[in-house]
Design a protein around this ligand. Structure first.
Ligand SMILES: NC(=O)c1ccc[n+]([C@@H]2O[C@H](COP(=O)([O-])OP(=O)(O)OC[C@H]3O[C@@H](n4cnc5c(N)ncnc54)[C@H](O)[C@@H]3O)[C@@H](O)[C@H]2O)c1
Length: 408
C-alpha cells in the first residue's frame, strides 16, 4: 500500500457524510452517535471502543458531525419513529438526541436517484431530477454539497459512507476498467450507477469513501485508480453483520478439523426496507453475489453446494432471521449436520460498524494511507483488498494494524 504523510492538525473535526441518510442503518448510526456523545448509551457493538483499538488516536464521538444525501422525502424523525415501533431504537434515546438529529436533518441534501430505481415510493423530486442529469452535471452537484458541508462546518476531513439501498445489478461494460475509460464515458454522458458517481465525487474531492453496500461504489478498477491518484484510503464492500459473520467464524473450524462440508444451505428472512428492495430479482442478485462467494472460497471447494435464499417477510420488520443447515462428513464417512438460527436487528448490528469504519478511515487518511484498507476486511462480506474470508484471520489483521498504529 502506498503511503504519503499528511499534515497532522491539532483540534479535529470529522464530517461523516451518509448516503441513504434517512435509511434504517443511517438513522441508527446518527441517533447512536448522539447517544454516545451525550452518555445516554454504552458503546456495545463498537469494535473500536475495545482495547487495543480504544488506545488508538481515533476521533471522539463529539468530534464527528453528520450530513448526507437522500432520495426519499421521508423525514429522519419518521425513520426514527419506525425504528422505535420495531423495538430497535429506545424511545428515550430519540428524545434525548433530538437536537443532534435536527441538526443532522438540516444538513441532508437531495441525492442522486439511481437510473434503475425510478419508481421508488416517497421520492424527492429533486433527487429524481439529479438522477436524470448528464453524469458530469450530477457529479458537480454532489461535489458542491460535499464542499459546502466541509466549508460551513470547518471540517478537517470528510468521510463519505454509502448506506443507500442496494442497486440493481447491471451488465458489466468497459467503462470502469480504468480511469481514462471512465472519464471518457462521463464526458460522453453515459449513465453510471449512483454508487459509482457518489464514490467518484468523494474520491475526486480528496475524501475517503466507505461502501457498506453490495453496490459497486469504489470497487471498479477506475475508482481504485482515482483513489490512488488522489492519495485517499477507501474500503468496502457490503457490511458483514449477521449470517455471513457467523459463517465466516464457523467455516474455518470445519477446515481445521478436516471435516468435509458437503452442503451449506442458508435462508434469510428480511422484513425491513432493505428486504423490500432485495425482493426485486435484479437487486437481490447483487446481494447474493457478495454472500455466495464466501463459503466456496473459505472451504476451498469451488463445487460446494452452498445456497443462499433471501425472502421478504414484512412482519419481521428490522429483525432478520437466518437459518443455516450445514451437512458434513467425518471419519468413517459418518454424516452429520449442524443447524443454527440467527435472529438479529439488522440496523443495530450495522450502525456501530459504520461508526467504527468512520473512525478507522479518518485515522488511515490522517496517517497518509492510500487504497483499499486491507485491515478492515473483517467488516465486509466482499473486502476490496481481497484475501481470506476467515473472520479470525481478518480480525488478527486488524489487531496487527492496531499494534503498528499505536502511538502514531
Ligand atoms: N443492516 C445490515 O445489517 C446491512 C448489512 C450489510 C449491508 N447493508 C446495506 O446497507 C444499506 C442500507 O441498509 P438499510 O437497512 O438502512 O436500508 P434502508 O432501505 O432502510 O435505507 C436505505 C436508504 O437509502 C435511500 N436511497 C436509495 N437510493 C439512494 C440513492 N441513490 N442515493 C441516496 N439515498 C438513496 C433510501 O431512500 C433509504 O432511505 C443497504 O444497501 C443494505 O444492503 C446493511
Amino acid at each position: 500500500m502506498a503511503a504519503r504523510a499528511r499534515k497532522r492538525k491539532g483540534a479535529r473535526k470529522l464530517g461523516a457524510w451518509l448516503i441513504g441518510a434517512r435509511g434504517s442503518v443511517a438513522t441508527c448510526a446518527a441517533y447512536g452517535l448522539a447517544g454516545l456523545r451525550e452518555g445516554l448509551i454504552e458503546p456495545t457493538g463498537l469494535v473500536t471502543a475495545r482495547e487495543p483499538f480504544a488506545g488508538l488516536d481515533l476521533v471522539a464521538w463529539d468530534e464527528i458531525a453528520l450530513g448526507g444525501h437522500e432520495v426519499c422525502a421521508r423525514r429522519l424523525t419518521q425513520s426514527a419513529g419506525e425504528l422505535v415501533r420495531q423495538r430497535v431504537l429506545p424511545a428515550d434515546l430519540v428524545t434525548g438526541a433530538a437536537p443532534h438529529a435536527a441538526a443532522y436533518e438540516e444538513r441532508v441534501r437531495s441525492g442522486l436517484l439511481d437510473a434503475a430505481d425510478v419508481g421508488v415510493g416517497d421520492l424527492d423530486p429533486e433527487a429524481a431530477r439529479r438522477g436524470s442529469l448528464p453524469p458530469r452535471e450530477a457529479l458537480e452537484a454532489l461535489s458542491a454539497d460535499l464542499a459546502e458541508f466541509q466549508r460551513e462546518l470547518e471540517l478537517d476531513d470528510v468521510v463519505v459512507v454509502n448506506l443507500a439501498s442496494t442497486e440493481a445489478q447491471r451488465a458489466v461494460n468497459g467503462d470502469g476498467a480504468d480511469l481514462r475509460s471512465l472519464e471518457t464515458a462521463l464526458d460522453a454522458g453515459r449513465s453510471q450507477p449512483a454508487s459509482v458517481l457518489y464514490a467518484y465525487a468523494a474520491l475526486s474531492s480528496g475524501m475517503p469513501f466507505v461502501n457498506f453496500t453490495p453496490s459497486p461504489g469504489a470497487s471498479w478498477p477506475a475508482l481504485r485508480e482515482l483513489a490512488r491518484e488522489k492519495s485517499v484510503p477507501h474500503c468496502g464492500n457490503d457490511g458483514k453483520t449477521g449470517e455471513t459473520l457467523v459463517k465466516t467464524a464457523l467455516a474455518p473450524m470445519f477446515l481445521a478439523r478436516h471435516l468435509r462440508v458437503l452442503a451449506w444451505q442458508g435462508y434469510n428472512l428480511l422484513g425491513n426496507r432493505d428486504g423490500e428492495v432485495l425482493a426485486d430479482p435484479l437487486h437481490k442478485e447483487s446481494k447474493l453475489k457478495s454472500k455466495g462467494d464466501v463459503l466456496r472460497s473459505l472451504l476451498a471447494d469451488p463445487d460446494l453446494k452452498a445456497h443462499v435464499g433471501i425472502d421478504y417477510v414484512p412482519s419481521l420488520a428490522d429483525w432478520k432471521t437466518a437459518w443455516d443447515f450445514v451437512h458434513f462428513e467425518g471419519f468413517l464417512g459418518a454424516r452429520m449436520s449442524l443447524q443454527f438460527t440467527w435472529q438479529g436487528s439488522d440496523s443495530a448490528l450495522a450502525a456501530p460498524l459504520v461508526i467504527d469504519l468512520l473512525r478507522l478511515t479518518e485515522l488511515a487518511h490522517r496517517r497518509g494511507e492510500v487504497g483499499e484498507m486491507p485491515h478492515t476486511a473483517s467488516f465486509f462480506k466482499a473486502p476490496l483488498a481481497g484475501g481470506t474470508h476467515d473472520f479470525h484471520a481478518q480480525y488478527r489483521a486488524l489487531l496487527d494494524y492496531a499494534a503498528s498504529s499505536a502511538g502514531s
